[in-house]
Design a protein around this ligand. Structure first.
Ligand SMILES: *Cc1c(COP(=O)(O)O)cnc(C)c1O
Length: 385
C-alpha cells in the first residue's frame, strides 16, 4: 500500500503529525490509466482538488491540461510552466477584473451559465471560446455540485446564441454529475441533453464543438465503487448513442479521482475518553479534524478508510485487540469539530494515546480546505514524494 519511496521518506524525515503525504507516482499512474480508458478525451485536471506545485508539475509533464477555479490557480498553473492554451477558466462566477487579467495572460477558454457573466466575458475576453454549464439533476454523488451551477437547457440555448452575437466563440456545453459519483450511468442524460442542444443550435448556425463532461470519477473510500472502466464504457456508449460519428471535442475535468488515492493523512491520537461510567463508547480525539483537512467528512459525506499505522490491511489489527465503535473528533475547542459520530467507525480496544492513524485516500480536497490558524493550529503540512 505505502510505496517504498513514501516509506523511505517517512523513515528519513520523521515528520510530526498531522501531515499529508502525496505519492506523485500514484498520480501519474492514475493519469495514464485514464488516458488509456478514454483516449479521445482531453484531460483538464481540476486544480482545486490539490493545487500543490509538485502535483501540477507532475501532471504538466505528462501532458495534462488544467481546469482553474480562480485567477490565483491560473497564475499558479502558469508558474509551473503550463501554457495558457492548456488552461480553462472553468468557474462560472468570476470578477470582471479577474477575467481581464486571465485574458491578458493568454487564457482563451471560459465557462459561464448566465447572461451577466456572458456580458463580462464579451467585454473583458473578446473573441474567447466560451462554453455554457448546464444545470442537471443527478443522483449518486457523495459530494454534490448541483444547484449552484449551470442553467437549464432552454436558457443555455439562448445564451449560446447570444455568445455568438457578442463576438465570442460559442464553443460548447459543460456539466458536472457531482463529485464522488458512484453511478456510471449518470452521464447518460446530460450527454443526451447536450446532443439535443448541439442539434438545435446547428439549425440557427451556431456550431458547437466542445463537450465538457466535468469530473465526478470516484476515489477509493469506505464503500466500494465501480471500476473506472465501467465509467469509461458507459460514457463512450452514451457519446456514441447521442452523437454518433460526429463526436465533438470531449473534455474531462477529473480532480478527486486523479489525486485522492495518492494521499495519506497521518494523525496521532491525543486522547481517548468516555463520557460516563455507564457508556462504553470511546471518544478518540485526533490531532487532525474538520479544520485540519477533513472538512469533507461533513454530514458523513466522504467516509475515509482509517487504519492504525501498525496495520496494513483491515482486520490485521489483531495484536491491538478487538475492534469496537468510536466517535472520532478533532483537536479544536469547537463542537462542530467531530469527524465521524454516526458513521460507526471501529478501532481496536488496544488503541493508545500516542498511536498513529493513517487516513487513506486523502489526496483530494483536504489540505487546502484546512483553516489557516483556528485555535492556533497551523494549516496541514503536505509532502509530495
Ligand atoms: C470541482 C470540479 C471538478 C472536479 O470534480 P471531481 O469530482 O473532483 O473530479 C471538475 N470540474 C469543475 C467545473 C469543478 O468545479
Amino acid at each position: 500500500m505505502t510505496s517504498d519511496r513514501v516509506a523511505q521518506f517517512l523513515a528519513a524525515a520523521e515528520p510530526e503529525t498531522p501531515f499529508l503525504v502525496i505519492d506523485l507516482e500514484a498520480i501519474a499512474q492514475k493519469y495514464q490509466a485514464l488516458c488509456q480508458l478514454l483516449p479521445k478525451a482531453q484531460i483538464y485536471y481540476a486544480i482545486k482538488a490539490n493545487p500543490e506545485a509538485e502535483v501540477l508539475n507532475c501532471l504538466q509533464q505528462l501532458g495534462s491540461n488544467f481546469d482553474a477555479a480562480s485567477i490565483f490557480e491560473i497564475q499558479r498553473c502558469l508558474e509551473t510552466g503550463a501554457r495558457p492554451e492548456q488552461i480553462s477558466y472553468g468557474n462560472t462566477i468570476k470578477k470582471a477584473q479577474d477575467i481581464a487579467q486571465a485574458y491578458a495572460l493568454g487564457i482563451r477558454l471560459y465557462s459561464f451559465d448566465s447572461l451577466a457573466e456572458l456580458e463580462k466575458l464579451a467585454i473583458h475576453a473578446p473573441g474567447a471560446r466560451v462554453y455554457c454549464r448546464l444545470l442537471i439533476e443527478t443522483q449518486g454523488a457523495q459530494w454534490s455540485l448541483g444547484r449552484k451551477f449551470g442553467c437549464e437547457p432552454e436558457m443555455a440555448y439562448d445564451l449560446l446564441v447570444h455568445a455568438q452575437r457578442f463576438g465570442l466563440v460559442a464553443d460548447g456545453v459543460a456539466f458536472h454529475v457531482g463529485s464522488q459519483q458512484t453511478d456510471p450511468l449518470q452521464w447518460e442524460q446530460p450527454i443526451r441533453l447536450a446532443a439535443e442542444l448541439f442539434e438545435r443550435l446547428k439549425q440557427v448556425d451556431v456550431h458547437l464543438n466542445l463537450l465538457n463532461l466535468g469530473g465526478g470519477f470516484p476515489a477509493h473510500y469506505r464503500s466500494p465503487v465501480p471500476e473506472e472502466i465501467t465509467y469509461a464504457e458507459s460514457i463512450q456508449a452514451s457519446l456514441a448513442r447521442h452523437f454518433g460519428a460526429e463526436l465533438p471535442l470531449v473534455m474531462l475535468e477529473p480532480g478527486r479521482s486523479l489525486v485522492a488515492d495518492a494521499g495519506v493523512l497521518y494523525t496521532e491520537v491525543i486522547l481517548i475518553a468516555k463520557k460516563s461510567y455507564a457508556d462504553d463508547l470511546r471518544w478518540v480525539f485526533l490531532d487532525a479534524g474538520k479544520f485540519n483537512g477533513l472538512i469533507e467528512t461533513l454530514g458523513d459525506c466522504i467516509q475515509y478508510r482509517i487504519l492504525v499505522d501498525k496495520s496494513d490491511e483491515w482486520g490485521e489489527t489483531a495484536s491491538l485487540g478487538e475492534m469496537n465503535s468510536v466517535i472520532l473528533a478533532g483537536p479544536t475547542c469547537d463542537s462542530a469539530d467531530i469527524i465521524y459520530e454516526k458513521a460507526d467507525y471501529k478501532l481496536p480496544l488496544g488503541l493508545k494515546i500516542g498511536d498513529r492513524l493513517k487516513i487513506l485516500s486523502t489526496g483530494a480536497y483536504t489540505h487546502t480546505y484546512a483553516s489557516v490558524g483556528f485555535n492556533g493550529f497551523p494549516p496541514l503540512k503536505v509532502y509530495c514524494v
